[in-house]
Design a protein around this ligand. Structure first.
Ligand code: HEM
Length: 119
C-alpha cells in the first residue's frame, strides 16, 4: 500500500479598497513519498483548473503547470502556462510569485504576494 501525503489549501484575493472578491483558488497539495516532488491540484473561480508540479529545495518551492483546462465560456485572454515560486523567509513570512504566459505574451510576472501568519 502507498501512503500519499496531501493537504487542502485556498487563496482568496480581495480588492484593497472595495473588499470585492477578486481571484479565488483552492485545491490540494500532494507530496510524492520519499522525494522532494510536490504537486498542486488547483481550481480557480475564473473557470481554470490546473496541475502544477515542482520540487521543494530547502525553504523554496518552484512549480510549473503541467496541465491547464478551462470552461468553454471562460474569459479571454487564455492562460497558456503558469509558474509559481514560493519561499518561506527566515522572519516567518511566506512569499509567492506567480508568472504566467498568455496567448501572444511570454511568461511574465503576474503578482508577488507576502503572507503573514495570523493566530
Ligand atoms: C495563477 C493564478 C492567476 C491567474 C491564472 C490569473 C489570470 C489573470 C488573467 C488571465 C488576467 C487578465 C490579463 C489581461 O487582461 O491581460 C488577470 C488580471 C488580473 N489579475 Fe490575475 N490571475 C491569477 C491570480 C491573481 C491573484 C491572486 C490576484 C490578486 C491578488 C490577481 C489579480 C489580478 C488583477 C488585479 C488583474 C487585472 C484585472 C483587470 O485589469 O481588470 N490575479 N489575471
Amino acid at each position: 500500500m502507498h501512503l500519499y501525503l496531501f493537504t487542502y489549501f485556498r487563496f482568496n484575493a480581495f480588492h484593497a479598497e472595495s473588499k470585492k472578491p477578486l481571484h479565488r483558488e483552492c485545491g490540494f497539495i500532494r507530496l510524492q513519498p520519499g522525494t522532494n516532488r510536490v504537486a498542486f491540484i488547483i481550481a480557480q473561480n475564473s473557470g481554470l483548473v490546473e496541475i502544477e508540479e515542482g520540487e521543494l529545495t530547502g525553504q523554496q518551492l518552484t512549480l510549473h503547470s503541467t496541465a491547464l483546462a478551462r470552461t468553454s465560456f471562460a474569459k479571454q485572454p487564455y492562460v497558456q502556462q503558469i509558474s509559481r515560486h514560493i519561499q518561506l523567509k527566515p522572519d516567518g513570512k511566506l512569499e509567492q510569485t506567480i508568472s504566467m504566459a498568455l496567448e501572444g505574451q511570454p511568461l511574465t510576472q503576474h503578482l508577488h504576494i507576502t503572507y503573514r501568519r495570523t493566530d
